[in-house]
Design a binder for this molecule. Structure first.
Ligand SMILES: O=C(O)[C@H](O)[C@@H](O)[C@H](O)[C@H](O)COP(=O)(O)O
Length: 267
């Protein structure tokens, strides 16, 4: 992708900056609940994709009143943008993280929570997850994008690492070039544990909505590279490669996360 193209694509994104992580949590809950209401009204279901990391903690306001009662949890379908290849009760499992901090507190039917098959190898689990997605396309739950041909999820709730990685797509890694598969695997993740499965970039780019949730000072360099107005280098961070084909991408940040960003007005 040419640098100029990346600059114009990135400008389609919205940047929200809140005073604190607490305010991000409040706003993210409202945003997610409103999208749930919209999609349930329009098509009777809501497909939400989770990452691991601090995102789950920031989702906590969704599990409190008024959302605990007002959200139509029975219509939710939960997916993971990436998962570590470990048993579901392992401390490194993104499923366990989401279950303990979010899913155990809301009434989403368990057959609508699509965890990976933790009895399989990384290759097997990625293939199995893609097969599950294909069944859901055939069942009419997941539409295919008329623009890209990949499945369209209603909302991806994503975090970003200090190196600008999203999902398990790391800077400079060949997985960033995957165009055939919807779900793939990595066995040499620079962030432990090494074995993971992950949605591919084209699937992330086909989302209807992405909330990129970044709080605290840990990711300031990646935030300022992704959102700053300096001339973009050709080696884009994974987060910079994830601009949407036909959807709405919103950054939910706090002041600490954008503290190195000089001209926030350029967004
Ligand atoms: O499995 C994982 O490692 C996570 O899904 C990962 O992709 C996470 O979203 C980012 O690393 C951000 O993590 P933090 O929010 O903890 O910085």
């Amino acid at each position: 992708m040419a640098a100029a193209e990346a600059t114009s694509e990135i400008r389609k994104q919205a940047l929200l900056v809140f005073d604190s992580e607490e305010e991000v949590s409040v706003s993210l809950a409202k945003y997610t609940a409103e999208l749930s209401e919209k999609f349930v009204r329009e098509k009777g279901a809501f497909t939400a994709v989770l990452s691991g990391g601090t995102l789950i903690e920031t989702l906590r306001k969704l599990t409190e009143p008024p959302y605990l009662e007002s959200v139509d949890w029975a219509k939710w379908h939960i997916f993971w943008v990436d998962e570590r290849v470990v048993p579901k009760d392992h401390k490194d499992s993104n499923y366990k993280l989401a279950f303990d901090g979010f899913l155990s507190k809301v009434a989403i039917p368990s057959n609508q929570v699509y965890a990976i098959n933790d009895t399989l190898s990384a290759e097997g689990a990625a293939e199995d997850y893609e097969t599950v997605l294909k069944h859901l396309v055939n069942a009419g739950l997941l539409p295919l994008s008329s623009v890209t041909g990949y499945p369209v999820f209603d909302l991806m709730l994503l975090g970003m690492g200090p190196d600008g990685h999203i999902a398990s797509l790391f800077p400079g890694h060949p997985l960033l070039n995957e165009r055939e598969k919807w779900v793939t695997f990595i066995k040499d993740s620079p962030k432990p544990p090494p074995e993971r499965i992950t949605f591919t970039l084209p699937v992330i780019k086909s989302s209807a909505y992405v909330a990129m949730v970044v709080t605290g000072a840990g990711e300031v360099h990646a935030v300022s590279k992704a959102l700053g107005s300096e001339k973009r280098s050709s080696d884009l961070l994974p987060v910079e490669m994830a601009s949407l084909e036909d959807g709405e991408f919103t950054w939910f940040t706090d002041k600490a996360a954008v503290s190195m960003l000089k001209d926030k007005a350029s967004m």
